[in-house]
Design a protein around this ligand. Sequence first.
Ligand SMILES: [Zn+2]
Length: 424
Amino acid sequence: MRKFVLVALLFGAFGSVMLAAQPQEYYLTGNVREATGIVLTGRGEQRVPFFGAIGIKVTLTGKRLTLLLTDLNLVSKGVPAKRDGTGLMSLMGDGGDTKLFWNPKTGQALSELSLILHYELIDKLKGFRKAGSKGEMDVFVPFTERMRGKFVIKFLGGLQVREKGKTSAECELDLELSSAVLGVVKRIRLLMRVEFNWTRLFAPAQYLRIQPVFIGTGPSDPNATGKAFHELMKRAVDLWDRCGSVRCIKFIVNPPLYLNKPAYRVLETEAEAATLRSEVNVADAVEVFVVERMDFACSWGGGACFSSGTAAAKVVTCDQQLEVPAPCPCPAYCPATCPPCPPCQTGDVNYYHLAHELGHALNLAHPPGPTGGLAASTVGSNMEPSGFCCDNPDAQSAKNCRNAANPLLYWSLSICRGWPDIRD
Ligand SMILES: [Zn+2]
């Protein structure tokens, strides 16, 4: 009996050591509601508020804490610069996690980091990088700059790991321009007070806000454009819901805005599409402009995404996605990796087109990528280009879900079901 007790005690002690040594994963996630930003340009220092989101993966191994910065998204309406305003400005990590050095004595976590900086003035003066595919040019990738500097998080009242609840922190970010395209913004300092939420094993859902823009007088206009939007958005929600087991990505859709400018119903040139894009700027959303049709639909595959992977991302598309005209004036794009070429279809063809364009807004390239600043995506997935008379594949992948990024993504609670069709 005593022997049994001794064995049990030994096993218990050994077992608990074994258990204690198992790394346990937690997440600290918080939205930045209003941070004070001090932005240095040729016009001196200017104060401007930023909003955004921060994510930290906390691993507890025994008593040892490891902190990884997984998300740092920051957006501001921008500041006046020497000749022109910067326009919407965003900062985002470059995809990799950054180790935070945790000092339990000071309650501070800090790291040196490099962030991607983008502001609309860059697109205006430099245009876009050529990153489209042969036969379809539907992704207009912006030039971006880089800033390097220091990020310090001071957890108020220390850092007690737990499965739920809140932890407040004061964060300070101090960045200097390290790689320039225009070089208008020289330095950004940000002070933020963040309420972090604890979760165990999984981070909460990440939301991307969508702003539909239709041409017409208002919701009661029977001739307003946007007839295809509801169905296309439903399919986009369905496809991105399949990230579920990998990462929870959701869309939240604002009520449509109506532009009473009938000239935009039919876009004749790409220049006209550029003017349309400049008509609406919603700082916290990706605008989706839906026209009736565009005369150059074939070169874009029916619609395109601009300023991909930034807060300035905008999609221009048309109702003809579900009414592809016959005979189709352009051949279906045939991805080199999946012959034979699918036959050209007419009518209600492009159900998964908006899911694909929002994939570009989420910084994904055509597969395999990475291409010109956009992240890698999976061969055979929805990120395959398809042309106007053939739909993008109805298939989500784990890699697409992991690599998706945009500075507008913020944390919220939601139930995530489903799993990717392709494991990687
Ligand atoms: Zn594309």
